[in-house]
Write a protein that binds this ligand. Structure first.
Ligand code: GUN
Length: 295
């Protein structure tokens, strides 16, 4: 354990608590001073929300609020649930063509009947601060300049901030979504991070044995409390990306109470990877501005 690690807050079982809210706040303060030092350029994040899904409204509002705290401008485009495919595409096209907009985020899912693919395809890689499009994913695979998806990027920031070594370590990513699992494998395994990565999922046989081999577990299967103490090697770092709505409320993929007694470091839920997704969105937006300036 590094001396820095001994300063971190711990769970009752002694695991380091990887506090995403705290790190988000640090990153936002740091981004704000970077932008101020650059002479306060106008850097704009545009969010697009179609329909009136309550959780999506909350997420988008929070993204706009944090953008302003970070010193970015926030523009919001709200479209009714009865919008047509071509109305949504026209709204996104307008943002794509606007040189005053640096980052575009189309909140997903879109209402039933709308196809997200042609909408996302309109966003050029430079403005795709969510890192979700086919072209952004291709750039990530090819190691080209672009934006990585914010949630897996936030996981990498947490590991780094809390002193979790990745190089030469075994990591297991549970879940193979394009939003989290697949890009997470790439980020953990790429040069610089250098982990040896296993991609597990709901059909992996003996998931507990596979996970017990890991120094790092990223749980992103969307299955409530999938990861228990029996999945965790003593001292491993466990990161919870899951979010499921159950009768007990919103729960993650990790059984926090059980796992914190065995793990060396663990994320809380909420307050772990969720806030980090937003912080990384802000960082990507400032990076988008840099890419458009050619710096
Ligand atoms: N819906 C839930 N999470 C996300 C996200 O990270 N990006 C977008 N665009 N939509 C989401």
């Amino acid at each position: 354990m590094s001396s820095q690690q001994s300063d971190f807050e711990r769970t009752p079982g002694g695991a380091v608590l990887m506090d995403g809210k705290r790190l988000r706040d640090e990153l936002i303060v740091s981004l704000r001073s970077t932008i101020a030092a650059a002479g306060d350029p106008e850097v704009c994040l545009a969010t697009v929300l179609v329909g009136d899904d309550k959780p999506s409204q909350v997420y988008v509002k929070s993204k706009g609020k944090k953008a302003v705290e970070a010193g970015l401008q926030s523009r919001h485009v709200g479209l009714g649930a009865d919008s047509t495919q071509s109305e949504v595409e026209a709204a996104v096209r307008e943002l794509v063509e606007d040189p005053g907009v640096h980052g575009i985020l189309v909140q997903l899912p879109l209402p039933d009947g709308l196809d997200p693919e042609p909408v996302l395809d309109l966003i050029p890689p430079e403005k795709d601060v969510d890192g979700l499009t086919e072209r952004s994913m291709g750039r990530l695979v090819r190691g080209k300049l672009g934006h990585a998806p914010c949630t897996p990027l936030g996981v990498m920031r947490l590991l780094d901030r809390y002193g979790v070594e990745t190089s030469g370590r075994n990591a297991v990513v549970v879940g193979r979504s394009t939003l989290v699992g697949l890009p997470q494998v790439l980020l953990l395994g790429r040069k610089g991070a250098d982990a040896t990565v296993t991609l597990a999922h709901s059909r992996t046989s003996d998931l507990a044995a596979v996970c017990r081999d890991a120094d790092i577990i990223v749980a992103a299967a969307g299955i409530a409390r999938l990861i228990g103490a029996e999945h965790v090697k003593p001292g491993a770092a466990v990161i919870d990306v899951g979010i499921s709505r159950t009768e007990d409320g919103i729960v993650g993929d990790v059984d926090f109470d059980a796992v914190q007694a065995v793990a060396g470091a663990v994320t809380p839920m909420p307050g772990g990877t969720g806030p980090m997704t937003i912080a990384c969105l802000m960082e990507n937006t400032y990076a988008a501005y840099g890419m458009m300036q050619g710096s």
